[in-house]
Every structure is written in structure tokens, then in C-alpha cells.
Design a protein around this ligand. Sequence first.
Ligand SMILES: O=C(O)CCC(=O)C(=O)O
Ligand SMILES: [Fe+2]
Length: 344
Amino acid sequence: MAASDERLTMVRKTVQVLAAAGEEPPSRYVRPEQDRQAGLVAADEMQEPIPLVDLSRLTDADELDKLRAALQTWGLFLATNQMSASREFFRQPFEEKQKYSNSVEGKPFEVEGYGNDKEASEDQILDWNDRLHLRVEPEDERNFAKWPSHPESFRDVLHEYTSRTKRARDLILRSIAKLLELDEDYFVNKISDKASGFARFNYYPPCSRPDHVLGLKPHSDGGLITLLFVDEDVGGLQVQRDGKWYNVPVKPHTLVINLADCMEIMNNGIFRSPVHRVVTNIEKERLSLAVFYGVDGEMVLEPAPGLLDDKRPPRYRKIEFKDFVLGLFEHFRQGTRFIETLKI
Ligand SMILES: O=C(O)CCC(=O)C(=O)O
Ligand SMILES: [Fe+2]
């Protein structure tokens, strides 16, 4: 094994451990000079705020209009909901969290579990976050060995929460189909009970150099839609529009819902999957819970035929979902977007 391969299979320290040591972020986390010059944390406040959509009123025309406006402008919107993300897991001692680790020395990296994102090359700039990543869909493929048993309520709360987010997913997919004048069930019928769903608990410790590192690098999510629950009083999520960064407002008991790349392809780019990032801060830790809903493993991704005609040709190449996933992870690590390579 080459020396560099050996280094990559070693278990990396979590960001939480680095932050607790109180040192400056190691060079592997520092963004390139050109990113830092632009001011890494800087973003504008939104002039017109993102609409707040009431999920229980999406049958009304005015609520649907709000959804359209939000998707056209930002690709994401806020939705009222209730659930408090549990901090308790990340507050436990390191050894306790390691029981659910995604990287055990000498074994291949696992997609599910606690730890860092996979490090695929030495030039990959790392993100200032630790995460717990768990499959929630299909329900019969959940790997409970990776689901924390402490706090005791963790499994029940996540199960309850994701049964609600799944209902919200279907409601939103139907509303988007309506806006596009497709059959209301077009997107819902494209996926089955085998469609994927992952919960990603992101933990961002305070960082001594917010001007040098990012909590999460610029990216768009890969699936259909993402339902994101963010910490009540700690901002950090920013969304890009026309090359500029904007702070996404923090509202208690509210979800941020954003479209993801598969949805952008399927709606032929009418509604985009927004590029977003997370910046760090010196004082406060931050937690978020993203539930990513995707499609079936066997699916072929392509723009909905009902949206195409002579004047509206397909803007994306057809691709099998399994090839899409491979491209997605490769590009995410490099900080680029695979969907760009599919544009016609
Ligand atoms: O922590 C956040 O606010 C955003 C998380 C995110 O974008 C992701 O997990 O893909
Ligand atoms: Fe994201």
C-alpha cells in the first residue's frame, strides 16, 4: 500500500475533537486564497424574504402561489413544522459515539454512521463538520446497528419525525407537479417504497477561524428534495443566487425545504436545485438535521416528457440513477456539481 493510501485509511479526528483542543483549523480545512479574499463568511440579507409556506394549506391557490414564487426565486422555501433536533448524541463522550463510527481502522469506509465525510484524495479540502448519517428509507433496509441507543428516545423520535417528513415529501411533490401542470401524481408515481431516504445530522463545533474554513462547502443536494431542520438561534446556512451568497433566515419550528438535482433534471430545469453552503462561527456550536429524499435505485433520470415539445427541448441528458450517484459523490468531494456535466 502506498504511503498516501495508508494515510487515507487511518481514522481521522472528528472536528469536535479538533475544536475542543482549541487550536487553529489544520491546513487540510483551509479554503484556497481566492475563496478567502472574497470574504468567506460574507453574505447579503435577502431583500424579499423567502416565503413561509403552510404545508397544511397547500390545497389553496394562494399558498400554491407562494410555493411557486419561492421555487422560482430561491429553489428553497420555509415550512412550518415542529420537532427539536437532539443534541444529546453529539454531547456524549467520544467513545460512546465511536460505537456508531463510519470508519473503523482497517475496514472500508461506510456510508452510514458517525464521523467525517469520506476523504478520497489528499487535495480534498475538508469541511468543519461531523455527522451522523443514517438510512431511513426504504424502511425495511434501516441498519439499526448504526442508530444510537442513547439518548433512549433517539430511535422513536427519528422514526416519528421521518414518517412526518415522508408525508411532507409526497405533499410537496404533488404540489410541484401541479405547478408544472403535470399529472398531480407524476413525481410520486415515479418513486416506490424502495426510494431512498437518508437522515444526516450535521454537527458544527465553534471554529476559531470562520474566515478560513467552511462548515459545509458549496454544493447542491443530489436527490429529489431535502427537508432541513436547523438550530433555532444559530445561523450559518447560505444560498447562492446569481453568483451572490444570501443568509437563509433562522425561524424557530420551521423547516427549510430545498429542491435537489434529480428534481431539477426531472422538471427540465424550470425549478433549480440551489447551491448552498454553511459558514462557521467563533462562539456557538450548530446542529442541523437534513432528510434527503431520492429516487429508486433502478430509475432512469430524465426530464418529464410532459414538459417537452419543439420549443422546450430537454436540457439534461438521460442517465441511470446508479451512474448519477457515482458522479455525484466524486464531484461533491471536489467541490464541483455533477449535474453541470449533464446539461445539453
Ligand atoms: O446545516 C445546514 O444548514 C445545511 C446542511 C446541508 O446542506 C446538507 O447536509 O446537505
Ligand atoms: Fe445540502
